[in-house]
Design a protein around this ligand. Structure first.
Ligand SMILES: Nc1ncnc2c1ncn2[C@@H]1O[C@H](COP(=O)(O)OP(=O)(O)O)[C@@H](O)[C@H]1O
Ligand SMILES: CC(=O)OP(=O)(O)O
Ligand SMILES: [Mg+2]
Length: 403
């Protein structure tokens, strides 16, 4: 079982009710959210994205790609030095645990809780808390807001029906350890769904939607009546689709066999599943899709298989999530892979004609930025959206910092 930090303050093991209490937000002088200048810090698993936003406008931005280390605090410091006055800071925090179902103003208590749950998203949460600590140090008087990947439209994937969020484990375990499917990439899915529906001139509330966030981490969300009703990621962001370095879902029986017979410690196994698997593990390249495609092009069979396994699982899970949405009107594709790889989008769509998906190949090949890829006769609207977790974070931050 995932070892949750033993520093439980309740003595009950795991998160107790006192850790889930809601903090009261001190009243502030109301200001208009649109004019608020927000620094957005988005520490993804393979990139660091820093930007300053004012309303819907991006005032400044920098992205560091192929980034895996801890050295992000220094770029954040440099970026802040070049940035004029800020009204608020919005941080992307991947796991909010059972406590946070909406964005929250950061204080010591919030940081303590995030430290407690750090094992639940080991690739992400430690970087986010380090970034929060640094910005608090540099800008102690600027309100900081934590925005969670476990939230979707301010409600979290908590809108998942119990049948979709519940693991078939002993009920007492689920209760004691708050084991459930949390779901992630909620910030990206929320933005992409809203943007794609707007592009198609439709109201998301009336559509059955599958949103595909395909980046270094990848997950799908099924959305029905504007609510998240299923998602491929689970208790942690390790589950679901094959990813750049993560295995995605594997047979838990196999994991147990490896632990019992494979001469591996849980830490080694975790490292393999999080960092050495996915397209990286199969292809022998970095796992970055650009490297996988280049190796495949050069005749590397392992890279070809890695690509096939990735796209197979993508198609399979789109089938599964469209079943959860009870049909499909809108397919949204976003994230670093979704935005940049016409090949993945083509191979995804080619296997999904049975769902009514039909994309225009010329449009797909030349697509840059937000694009409707569907042919006029396609019954499903397929839209590529440039990912903007930043827009969602800025929106949530401005709202909370001015409330
Ligand atoms: N031009 C490109 N062609 C194909 N894949 C790309 C391209 N640019 C980025 N990618 C893929 O997108 C991934 C990064 O996705 P992104 O969503 O930006 O990262 P993160 O999940 O760290 O936020 C890379 O690992 C790579 O696989
Ligand atoms: C949740 C997650 O996997 O995030 P990322 O795609 O940034 O790694
Ligand atoms: Mg990302």
């Amino acid at each position: 079982m995932v070892r949750i930090s033993p520093r439980s303050r309740t003595g009950s093991g795991g998160w107790g009710p006192d850790l889930r209490r809601r903090r009261r937000i001190p009243p502030r002088t109301p200001r208009r959210a649109e004019g608020v200048r927000v620094l957005v810090v988005n520490a993804g698993s393979s990139s660091l994205k820093l930007s300053v936003r004012e309303g819907d406008d991006e005032v400044a931005a920098t992205t560091i790609e192929r980034w895996e280390g801890e050295g992000h605090v220094a770029p954040i410091r440099d970026f802040i030095e070049q940035t004029p006055t800020l009204d608020a800071i919005g941080h992307r925090v991947v796991h909010g645990g059972p406590r946070f179902i909406e964005p929250v103003l950061v204080d010591d208590d919030v940081l303590d809780y995030l430290d407690l749950i750090t094992n639940l998203a080991p690739l992400h949460n430690p970087r986010a808390t380090a970034a929060i600590r640094e910005t608090r140090k540099l800008l102690p008087d600027t309100p900081a807001v934590a925005c969670f990947d476990t939230t979707f439209h301010g409600t979290f994937h908590a809108t998942l029906p119990a049948a979709a969020s519940t693991y078939a484990l002993p009920r007492q375990w689920n209760e004691r350890w708050q084991l459930r499917r949390y779901g992630f990439h909620g910030l990206s899915h929320a933005y992409a769904v809203r943007r794609a529906a707007a592009l198609g001139g439709r109201d998301p509330a009336e559509l059955r939607i599958v949103s595909c966030h395909l980046g270094a981490g990848a997950s799908l969300a099924a959305v029905r009546h504007g609510r998240s009703v299923d998602t491929t990621m689970g208790f942690t962001p390790l589950a679901g689709l094959v990813m750049v370095t993560r295995s995605g879902s594997v047979d838990p029986g196999m994991v147990l066999c490896l632990l019992q017979n494979g001469d591996l410690t849980p830490e080694q196994l975790r490292d393999v599943l999080e960092h050495q698997s996915g397209m990286k593990g199969l292809s022998g390249t970095s796992g970055d899709l650009r490297d996988v495609l280049a190796a495949r092009q050069a005749g590397n069979r392992d890279a070809a298989l890695a690509y096939d396994v990735f796209t197979h699982h993508l198609r399979r899970e789109i089938g599964a999530t469209s079943a959860s949405a009870q049909g499909l009107d809108l397919l949204v594709v976003t994230g670093g892979i979704g935005e940049h790889s016409a090949e993945v989008r083509r191979d995804m769509a080619a296997g999904l004609g049975y769902l009514g998906i039909d994309i225009d190949q010329a449009t797909n090949d030349s697509a840059q930025g937000d694009t409707d890829l569907s042919t006029p006769t396609s019954t499903v609207l397929t839209v590529m959206v440039k990912s903007s977790e930043e827009a969602e974070i800025a929106r949530q931050t401005a709202r909370l910092a001015t409330s």
